[in-house]
Structure formats: C-alpha cells, structure tokens
Design a protein around this ligand. Sequence first.
Ligand code: U2F
Length: 463
Amino acid sequence: NPNPHPIRHIAVFAFPFGSHAGPLLSLVRSLSVAVAVAGEVKFSFLSTSRSNKTLFSSDEGFDNVRPYDVDDGWPEGHALSGNPVEPVEMFLRAAPGNFRKILGKAEQERGIKIWCLVSDAFFWFAGEIAGERGVPWLPLWTAGPRSLLLHLETDEIRRHLGEDQGGLCNDKTLDFLPGFKAIRISDLEGVLITSQDSESSLVVDMLHKMGLNLPKATAVLVNSFHKIDPEISNHLKTKLKKLLNIGPFTLTMKLSPQPKPFLDENGCLDWLSEHETASVVYVSFGSVVTPPPHEIAALAEALEEAGIPFLWSFRGKLEGFREEKLCNISSLKGKLVPWAPQVEVLKHSSVGAFVTHCGWNSVLESVVGGVPLICRPFFADQRLNMRTVEAVWGVGVEVDGGVMTKEGIVEALRRVFLDNEGKEMRERIAVLKKLAHEAVDAGGSYSEDFNDLVKIVTQSVGS
Ligand code: U2F
C-alpha cells in the first residue's frame, strides 16, 4: 500500500521578506487542495509573525494550512536603521535555530512528525533538516531560472573570472555558460562574482551554500515555464535531481489568494478602461525598492513631457518636490496609487508599457500580460532579468545609462510607444505570452510537473 499513513504533516519554511513568502503560500494552498484526495494533509507554515499576519489575513477555507511564528531575531526595543539588509541579517542570525524550535512545536501540536519539508530555496539548512529526518526536501526558487542557474554555477563563474577581474564594470560576456552569450559580467549580482567586499556576508554565505545544496534536493520548484528559456531549463535539469517548472504562478496558482488580495480598492481597472488600447504606461518598483528622490522626479518630469497617461503604484514619500504635480493627477494625465492589482493591470488591454525594477514576479506578470518593459533594475537578480528582457527575448529596453533621467525615460517611452522597435517588442512578448498559456493549458508542461510534485508529496516517507 503506497499510502500507509492516512494523515500527513508537511512543514513549510518561508523567507519572510520581499515577495518570497506570498508565492510560497500560494503554492502550499494549491497543493493542499491537490493532495487532499490522498488523505488528510496538514500543512504548518513557518514564518515570522509580521509575515504571517499579512499572509493569513484572509485565509478562510484553508484551515489545513496553519501559520506558526518563528523568531525574527530582532532584539527587544531595537530600532531599525532603515537599511533593508538589517532585518534580513538579524533573521538569518536566528536561523536555523528558530525554525528547528517551532518545527518541534508544530509536530507536537499536530500530533505527527513531518512527512515532507517545503522551503524557500534560500534555506539550504532545510535540506539538512529534511535529511536528518529522511523526508523529501522541496525548495521553491521564487526568482527566475536563469538566476537559479547562476547560483548553481557560482564556483564555476568565480573560477573563470578570478576574484579580481574588474567585477561589476566588466562588459565581457559569459560565453563559457550555455545560454549566457548575451549576458555580461556587469549584469551579475556581486555575490556571484566574489565573496569579498559584500554588504552582507551572511547573505553571501547563504546564497553560496544554497548553490551547493540545491542539487541534493528531491526536486527544485520554480515559478516559471520551460519554454520561456528552454536552454536554461534543460541545463538546470542536468544539475538538479529534478526541476519542476510550476509557473507562471499567476496562471497556475489561481486558487490561492496573494498576500494582498486582488481587490481594486483604488479603482485602477475602471480608470484603465477609460483609455485606448496600449496607451497607458504602468509604473511599479515592486515590494522592496524605493527609487531615490531625484529619479522619481526625473520619471515624473518625463511622464509629463511625454504626455502619456500613466498608472503609478507609488511606494515611499513624495519628499516635497514635484509633490504638487504628482498629486495633481489631472494635469499629468496620471493616477497615483499606493497599491495596484498589478496582475490584472498588466492584463488590461490599455496598458502599453511597464516601467519596472525587473523583479522576477513583475517580469513574468508582464509576459503573461504581453506588455513590453522599460527597465530600471536595482539589485539582486534584477540586472540579469533586465538583460534577459532586452537582449535575449527582445521585449523591453533598459533606461539609458541605467538610472532614470528625464531624457532617458522620454527616449525609452518613445522607443516602446512610437517606434517600430516597440511594435516588434509587442509581437515578441505576445509569443512568450502564448507559450505561457500553452504551458498551463490542458496537456501543457505544467500539469506534468505539478502532478510530479503531488506524487512526491503523497508518496511514502523515505521511498
Ligand atoms: C524581490 O522582488 P520584489 O518583491 O521587489 O518584486 P517582484 O518580484 O516584481 O514582485 C512584486 C509583486 O508585488 C505585486 C506584483 C508582484 O507579484 O504583482 N505588486 C502588486 O500586486 N501591486 C503593486 O502595486 C506592486 C506590486 C526581489 F527584489 C527581486 O529581485 C526578485 O526577483 C523577487 C523574486 O524573488 O523578489
């Protein structure tokens, strides 16, 4: 009997920053529905209380997924400096002890040992914990397949480049890696090139250990689909025991609410519907980045000069200057909101371009919406994603000089909205959009990969 235990317990370890925990919870919720037929399955979702509070505010109907709070490592009364790396470092200092402790508590409360461990891919130590217990380890990589491959190849990259090859300023391409001819050394995040001279040695160390440990995982799950980058996907399959392409999540994990519900509290979709097809530019820099004030001002001035209607999901403070202009939406033909239902916005026919920081979710959502991108990457995988968008897929442009200036944005808007180049980008991204839909349609690659995942989760422990 392949199903000797009628009740199963699956632990999930979330990385509680940026948009990591939300997609992981979406996956878990979909999985909880898919595996229910195999018997009772209990999921314990371990994250910090801050992260769990945001994620579990609307979880009616998902009682089998229970949140457990792990210590976030913040000393009592500690005031944050404003550096976004600081809370991450404090959290990493508390790991994996914080997870081990609460895992024990969850097992005790639910009356059963874990059957399987799902985790954010960052947590290489989850592999060790799963190994000690002889259960499968299923890490989810929340960014793109290309950046995953680079982390698996970190030692190879460092060997090829040496530790002192001009690093981030180097325009040499990564010819030694299949599928990376268009990618330059300057497109890589620093941690891939050197372990020295980094902002956070804890993060560098975590990513390095992750690259070494992921090949031991039962399967690595990625929010992507095979045909978006088949050469990369094939290469990953040679490095990992199993690669499961289970995205794009916005198409495949529909059952599951995102951390912020798809509510359109600010009337973005109605506003878009008042505009012509492909006439509006959507602006958002994701959940972590706030561009510096002078770049925000430059973008506002460029939008005013270009006269293109815009919808701007605005984080941060307006800092006085341009405030009057930015808030006076009628003079700027724009709408400024604190949060937009981005997935729906990018699917709206009125949106003709997306000014973005190139976080992986945003890139994939733009692909699903068929919207060309204007890229201003900031950190981590974002430059790599930008270069992939521009030079591999040909579906967007980098803002000239890498930072937003009034002239640079006006030029990028012209290229995407007015030039033939923009029309070609639209055609190419329409092809990727079609491939994304084919992947998730009946008989597409998604169902095969997701069924594989369900099989792993429902099989016997240790088998
Ligand atoms: C980190 O990326 P971010 O969280 O900054 O950015 P994205 O990956 O693009 O994800 C942002 C998500 O927030 C949603 C949007 C995306 O799903 O639809 N959103 C929204 O719904 N409404 C808004 O007004 C604004 C955003 C990291 F910084 C990146 O480098 C990584 O690639 C990424 C994935 O690991 O995580």
